[in-house]
Design a binder for this molecule. Structure first.
Ligand code: ADP
Ligand code: MG
Length: 272
C-alpha cells in the first residue's frame, strides 16, 4: 500500500471513529477520601457528541469527577457507564463483578484523557509517544500505528516534529502531542483537565484551536477549564460544580450570562 493510501485510510478511520457513540451516564456517584466527601450524589447524562464544560472553584471535585469517568478512580456509590457499559465491572443480575485488568484496559481506551501537565513520556519522541499505546494494546501494527501517528501530528499542526522529544517542544506543542496521543486510541469520549492551565499565555490559543476542531468533530468532550470565553464558545452545556455537587447547569448563555445560584455568580464574577 502506498503512503498516500495509508494516509487516506487513516483519515477515513479517524472520521468514522469521531462519528461513533460516546454516551456518558454518571448516576448517583459519590466519592470520599477518608471522611472528606469530594463528590456527592452526582447525576450527569452526556449525549454522544455533546461538548460539556465543567466549571467550578478549586477543590470542588472537577478532576475527581473526570478521573472517575475514566475509571482512574473507583466510586464509593453510584455508577458510571459509557455507552451503557461499565468500564471496570460487569453486571450479572443485580450484582457487579470486577473485570479482569485486560478487559478494563480495553474498555478504558474508549475514554481518552488529556492532563494539565501533558504527561508525555520524556524518553520517547513525539511519534513514539503516540504509537506506544496502540502498539502495546495490539490495536495496530508498527507500520499502521506510525502512519496514524503522522496523520494525527499533522492534524494538530505538528507535521515535521515526529522525531522531537518532549523537552525539544514548547508547552503548547507538547499538549498537542498529548491530544494526538489520546486520539490515537480512537476514544468515544475525551476528557480534558485544565489543558491550558500550565501554558504561557501566548501558547494557549494553539491548544484551544485543536480542541475547537475536535468540538466540531462529533467526539464527546468534557472540558475542565478556566477559559470562560472558550467554554462559552464551544460548549453545548456548562456544568457548574461546587463542593462536590452540581449546583447549576445549562447553556452557556444561561449559566454564564444569567447564573442563578449565588455561588455560580460569585465564581463568574471572579474569573471574568
Ligand atoms: P478540582 O479539580 O475541582 O480542583 P479535585 O477533584 O482535584 O478538585 O479535588 C477535590 C477535593 O478532593 C480537594 O479537597 C482535594 O484536596 C481532594 N482530593 C483529591 N484527590 C485526593 C486524593 N487522592 N487523596 C485525598 N484527597 C484528595
Ligand atoms: Mg483539578
Amino acid at each position: 500500500m502506498s503512503q498516500a493510501t495509508i494516509n487516506r485510510n487513516v483519515e477515513a478511520e479517524l472520521e468514522r471513529s469521531s462519528a461513533a457513540s460516546g454516551q456518558v451516564s454518571v448516576c448517583g456517584v459519590s466519592k470520599s477520601y477518608g471522611t472528606h466527601e469530594v463528590l456527592h450524589d452526582i447525576d450527569l447524562e452526556i449525549e454522544p457528541g455533546e461538548v460539556v464544560a465543567l466549571l467550578g472553584p478549586s477543590g470542588s471535585g472537577k478532576s475527581t469527577l473526570l478521573r472517575t469517568i475514566n475509571h482512574l478512580e473507583s466510586v464509593d456509590g453510584g455508577s458510571i457507564l459509557i455507552d451503557g457499559e461499565y468500564i471496570g465491572y460487569v453486571r450479572k443480575g443485580d450484582r457487579l463483578f470486577e473485570l479482569r485488568e485486560a478487559e478494563t484496559l480495553r474498555r478504558r481506551t474508549r475514554v481518552g484523557m488529556v492532563f494539565q501537565n501533558f504527561n508525555l513520556f520524556p524518553h520517547l519522541t513525539a511519534l513514539q509517544n503516540i504509537t506506544a499505546a496502540p502498539v502495546a494494546l495490539q490495536r495496530a501494527s508498527k507500520t499502521d500505528a506510525d502512519a496514524q501517528a503522522r496523520a494525527l501530528l499533522k492534524r494538530v499542526g505538528l507535521e515535521g516534529k515526529e522525531q522531537h522529544y518532549p523537552r525539544q517542544l514548547s508547552g503548547g506543542q507538547q499538549q498537542r502531542v498529548a491530544i494526538a496521543r489520546a486520539l490515537a486510541l480512537k476514544p468515544d469520549v475525551l476528557l480534558f483537565d485544565e489543558p491550558t492551565s500550565a501554558l504561557d499565555p501566548e501558547l494557549v490559543g494553539e491548544v484551544l484551536d485543536v480542541i475547537r476542531e475536535l468540538a466540531h468533530g462529533g467526539t464527546t468532550l468534557v472540558i475542565v477549564t478556566h477559559e470562560i470565553g472558550f467554554a462559552r464558545e464551544v460548549a453545548d452545556r456548562i456544568v457548574f460544580l461546587d463542593a462536590g455537587r452540581i449546583i447549576e447547569q445549562g447553556t452557556p448563555e444561561q449559566v454564564l450570562t444569567n447564573p442563578r445560584h449565588p455561588r455560580t455568580q460569585d465564581f463568574i464574577r471572579k474569573v471574568l
